[in-house]
Design a protein around this ligand. Structure first.
Ligand SMILES: Cc1cc2nc3c(=O)[nH]c(=O)nc-3n(C[C@H](O)[C@H](O)[C@H](O)COP(=O)(O)OP(=O)(O)OC[C@H]3O[C@@H](n4cnc5c(N)ncnc54)[C@H](O)[C@@H]3O)c2cc1C
Length: 419
């Protein structure tokens, strides 16, 4: 039954909005759980939901340092896509897109998933070849990739500079029609509410400060709210991965933390009805339902745990935006913010049992983990419940670094080694 129906909106509007039921409880932590999830971002919350829903494991606590949505789940540019090159990535991210397609119904919460498509602009014949190759790989893997000519791009995205004098001439573009955007806070709130309703304890303002151990085995955590024991401890802390692993004595791990900024302009009339990326540098832009242009570019380029960025990158991103869409040069910038990215060394995620007994780890999302939220939660829950990976995350365990079987997504993944 819809909890936020038109009738309940009207009723609560008339009663001063004082009677809304909280979307999740504020429980005190119990002394022990079957599973503790460290990190109440999108991935931690989705994992808790699928543990309860798919595996019947409901004696679960999600421990969040701040408030839900304070991390990258509430800071991203909301792009959902599966336009990858390598079969492992296509399989994983396409599975995620399929979960997105039913997510609002699954959670009974409108996550505003809008399949408006993503268009990657190509600016040289070599880049066009590369994108067409990727589109073919996507189609072979069961996904959707369509090549657009400049004439078709002119009709679809009239704001793009397609003139002969353009600084970066456009020779075509790869469109993934099923890609799109979603409302990022709603994803956190939707998973939180659904997990809570299944019995999961979501405990905010509860930073994990250490791990309880018996020998090498992790048997719980120390936190701002005391010691909490668990049979299994799962970590999903994105940009804080190296800091949290250090609490368990793991000093060396193939993850670096970097700042990524995002921007939103003042609201304008409908201007852009798909996501567009610029291939001459690194820029991605869409228009939100409120009318603001939402966009971002590259990492700031130095290691940091700060959730804010610096000015040189702002200038670079604005320069790319104006080169691609000259008409936006006179728009005012409304807000900018930053998040801490967990950059893995091959640009692909890690969803794994270990590295210590009793521990499970989910990280390495680089700047593309929002779109992965449903598949990540689904496969991490599977890994925790069954002590083995699901077929879709089997290639993404830690053993790939030992075996040299890295998943180096040159097609469209981040390239941490260049930063
Ligand atoms: C500016 C920006 C733009 C992006 N754009 C996109 C995009 O368009 N598309 C896309 O797919 N991805 C994008 N991303 C990446 C995506 O947001 C992340 O990969 C993803 O959200 C990471 O997973 P998460 O949601 O679980 O992380 P988070 O929301 O960061 O969750 C981790 C949580 O762990 C908590 N935590 C940390 N340490 C502790 C501790 N000791 N104890 C308890 N809790 C702790 C943190 O407070 C945080 O809430 C973007 C990211 C940023 C910053």
């Amino acid at each position: 039954m819809a909890e936020y129906s038109a009738l309940s909106l009207l009723k609560n509007a008339l009663s001063g909005n004082k009677d809304w039921k909280p979307a999740w409880r504020k429980p005190e932590p119990k002394p022990s759980y079957d599973v503790i999830i460290v990190g109440g971002g999108g991935h931690g919350l989705a994992t808790a939901y699928y543990l309860a829903k798919e595996h019947g494991i409901t004696n679960v606590a999600v421990l969040e340092k701040g408030w839900l949505g304070s991390g990258n789940i509430g800071r991203n540019t909301t792009i959902v896509r599966s336009n990858y090159l390598l079969p492992e990535s296509i399989r994983f991210y396409d599975f995620s897109v399929r979960l997105w397609e039913n997510l609002s119904h699954e959670l009974n919460y409108n996550v505003m998933f809008s399949q408006r498509g993503i268009l990657n602009l190509a600016h040289s014949p070599a880049q066009a070849d590369e994108y067409i190759r990727r589109g073919n790989a996507m189609c072979h893997g069961g996904g959707d990739g369509v090549w657009l000519t400049p004439e078709e791009i002119a009709r679809k995205v009239p704001g793009v500079d397609l003139s002969a004098s353009a600084r970066f001439p456009v020779v075509g573009g790869l469109l993934q029609p099923r890609a799109g955007t979603a409302r990022h806070d709603a994803v956190a709130w939707g998973y939180a509410r659904a997990a809570d309703r299944l019995g999961v304890d979501i405990i905010e303002n509860c930073e994990v400060t250490g791990f309880l151990r018996e020998g090498d085995t992790i048997i719980g955590v120390t936190s701002m709210r005391g010691e909490i024991r668990a049979r299994k401890v799962a970590i999903a802390v994105a940009g804080s991965t190296s800091r949290v692993l250090r609490l368990a004595g793991i000093e060396r791990f193939p993850i670096e933390s970097h700042v990524l900024q995002a921007f939103v302009s003042e609201s304008i009339k409908p201007y852009l009805d798909c996501v567009v990326t610029f291939g001459g540098g690194h820029l991605y832009m869409s228009q939100s339902d409120k009318g603001g242009l939402v966009f971002g570019g590259d990492l700031d380029g130095y290691n940091s745990y700060a959730q804010r960025g610096n000015l040189p990158l702002v200038e670079e991103v604005m320069g790319e935006m104006v080169a691609m869409f000259p008409a936006v040069a006179r728009l005012r910038l409304l807000r900018s913010w930053g998040g801490v990215m967990d950059m893995s060394m091959d640009g692909s995620p890690i969803i794994t049992k270990g590295p210590l007994p009793g521990m499970y780890l989910n990280c390495g999302w680089c700047y593309g983990g929002f779109k992965a939220t449903p598949a990540s939660g689904f496969s991490f829950a599977w890994t925790i419940a069954k002590d083995e990976p699901h077929a879709i995350n089997a290639p993404f365990t830690l053993s790939r670094f030992e075996r040299g079987a890295v998943i180096d997504e040159k097609g469209v993944g981040p390239t941490p080694k260049l930063h």
